[in-house]
Design a protein around this ligand. Structure first.
Ligand SMILES: Cc1cc2nc3c(=O)[nH]c(=O)nc-3n(C[C@H](O)[C@H](O)[C@H](O)COP(=O)(O)OP(=O)(O)OC[C@H]3O[C@@H](n4cnc5c(N)ncnc54)[C@H](O)[C@@H]3O)c2cc1C
Length: 323
């Protein structure tokens, strides 16, 4: 018998399991899909709190995750680097954004022609293939097995342990009966890296959200942000449009070999991520801790949410129960 069972092995479930095991709990992880086949695997995985609210809790999660990933980059954890970023603004913005409190070198800069402003900062960027493998290996070191098993209900998971952590992403809409959960499709194009080292973002491009995130061998070109869309087959026309926007922004990308197109469904939630004890479920004889609904910021918030889950999962911890 384990102390805690984590349902879900995307970045949110795996980081929660690591923190719980580090705190001394006997942890089991159940997942319907291999980590390599989750939404987390598709993420551009740049630290940036996309479309989250300036809630102090969100800032705390983001800050903790920034610090953890920055430390991991320094320690040579596979796939994690610190990446300089240029963020181009289409309209003037007064002051620094709320999330800059988590970013030590945030500064404003002269915008290039055609833009109203520019922010420059350095943030962690993660290649999710090697990073998910590293998280699974870290769990193995801690004696935690990641087991393939799809649960039909969260109550079923309580057969494995008296504390259940629900980290099922989009599936939480059904499993936790939460109508606020909805997909936001994201499409990206991967090209060979012609030698870029700086991320560039033009989120306000009227032709579509535009970003360029170099990795060790390839570059992630984005993208789309499409609430309610759930089809993930490649779309050649959308891919060509993404490529054209990115080449217009960073001409060095012209002629880079196209390696493929990916699509994923961000597990979004009206009202933001749900990280809480489910008081309604405690009557069922087990403690249910939710950790889902991170939308386009699951990598950005993962370690901070995992810290909170580790506290909430412990019934002895002096935390208030938030519904
Ligand atoms: C194109 C794109 C770009 C992105 N870029 C970024 C970025 O730059 N920065 C950032 O922070 N975020 C980014 N994201 C968002 C990020 O990918 C998500 O927020 C994050 O992956 C959510 O992680 P998760 O673990 O909650 O969900 P998932 O990765 O979807 O994992 C859910 C897990 O639950 C399991 N599960 C589901 N149902 C069951 C069941 N019934 N029984 C057992 N297991 C079950 C699944 O098998 C899986 O293991 C991006 C997303 C996309 C699509």
């Amino acid at each position: 018998m384990a102390d805690v069972v984590v349902v879900g092995a995307g970045v949110v479930g795996l980081t929660s399991a690591v923190r719980l095991a580090e705190a001394g709990a006997r942890v089991a992880v159940l997942t319907a899909d291999e980590p390599a086949r989750t939404v987390s695997r598709v993420a551009a995985a740049v630290w940036y709190p996309t479309r989250t609210s300036p809630d102090p809790r969100v800032l705390d999660w983001a800050r903790r995750t920034f610090d953890e990933l920055a430390a991991q980059a320094g320690n040579g954890v596979p796939g994690v680097v610190m990446r300089p970023t240029r963020m181009l603004l289409r309209a003037p913005v007064d002051g620094a954004p709320w999330w800059s409190a988590a970013v030590p070198d945030f500064r404003t800069a002269e915008p290039p022609p055609g833009y109203a402003g520019q922010w420059r900062f350095t943030v962690p960027t993660v290649e999710m293939g090697p990073y998910l493998d590293w998280l699974v290996a870290r769990l193995d070191q801690l004696g935690v097995e990641v087991r393939r098993h799809r649960v039909d209900t969260l109550t079923e998971a309580a057969d494995v342990a008296p504390v259940v952590v629900n980290a099922t992403g989009l599936a939480a809409g059904t499993l936790a009966d939460d109508p606020a959960v909805h997909p936001v499709r994201g499409r990206i194009v991967l090209v060979a890296n012609p030698g870029l080292v700086t991320s560039v973002r033009d989120e306000g491009n009227p032709a579509g959200i535009t970003y360029i995130h170099p990795r060790s061998r390839d570059v992630v070109l984005g993208g789309t942000f499409e609430p309610g869309e759930a089809e993930t087959e490649p779309d050649e026309a959308v891919g060509r449009a993404i490529l054209a926007r990115c080449v217009a922004l960073v001409p060095e990308l012209a002629g880079a070999a196209v390696l493929g197109q990916l699509a994923g469904l961000r597990p979004a939630r009206h009202g933001g991520a749900r990280v809480t004890v489910d008081a309604a479920a405690t009557g069922g004889g087990f403690r249910l801790v939710h950790n889902y609904g991170h939308g386009g910021a699951g990598v950005t918030l993962a370690w901070g949410c995992a810290d909170e889950v580790a506290a909430l999962a412990d019934p002895a911890a002096r935390v208030s129960l938030r519904a």
